[in-house]
Ligand binder design. Structure first.
Ligand code: GAR
Length: 207
């Protein structure tokens, strides 16, 4: 199984969707560690409930972004992590972390990149007047929310939407695409069929 190190700062619903896909026997992976930078994050409670070890690395206790990233990389390596999954990680990452996991870091972002990178992506989309938004799983490069796209899903924006209702609609799609996107990226890297890591994809074979 793939060894996924998940990084989360907040609610952790994407972390839980990945854990659920593993528990359901769909995603062939393990989560040896969750890293969290915020002691009040609900993600920590979810990890406890799932029996997944978590490590709290409070960014405020590090002198620089690089120092934090060095500690994150070391913790991930100690747990034998192969793929780093940023699931609502709200800190900018540095080259220190990227170099420790070259081409093995994925992020999820709540817009159809390259539209609306950065913070408050859901509000940005709403304010811009576009009628479709969605979510993107992409490789992590130094520039925020850049990096090759692995998978996207679209949702409509409705006239009555608020940031909360649009975010909820986007999150349904995030939870749906993150597990297969991880499998797809890992399969491409290993040069194997994606069904190796995500069994439901077996139903989507083209003849
Ligand atoms: C997700 O919607 C994710 O796309 C977004 O944070 C949310 C975390 O939710 N990420 C970013 O905005 C990154 N810039 P979760 O903690 O419930 O998974």
């Amino acid at each position: 199984p793939l060894r996924l190190g998940v990084m989360a700062s907040g609610s952790g619903s994407n972390f839980e969707a990945i854990a659920q896909a593993i528990a359901d026997g769909q995603l062939h992976a393990k989560i040896p560690v969750l890293i969290c930078n915020n002691r009040n994050a609900k993600a920590l409670e979810r990890a406890e409930r799932w029996g997944i070890p978590s490590v709290l690395l409070d960014h405020r206790t590090f002198a620089s972004r690089e120092d934090l990233d060095r500690q994150i990389a070391e913790t991930l390596k100690q747990h034998g992590v192969e793929w780093v999954i940023m699931a609502g990680w709200m800190r900018r990452v540095t080259q220190v972390l990227i170099d420790a996991f070259p081409d093995q870091m994925l992020n999820i972002h709540p817009s159809l990149l390259p539209s609306f990178p950065g913070i408050r992506a859901v509000e940005q989309a709403l304010q811009s007047g576009v009628k479709i938004s969605g979510c993107t799983v992409h490789y992590v490069h130094l520039e925020v929310d850049s990096g090759p796209i692995v998978m996207q899903a679209a949702v409509p924006i409705l006239a009555e939407d608020t940031p909360a209702t649009l975010q909820a609609r986007i999150q349904v799609q995030e939870h749906r695409i993150f597990p297969p996107a991880i499998a797809l990226a890992a399969a491409q890297k290993a040069g194997v069929d994606p069904t190796t890591f995500f069994s439901p994809l077996a139903n989507h074979k083209v003849s």
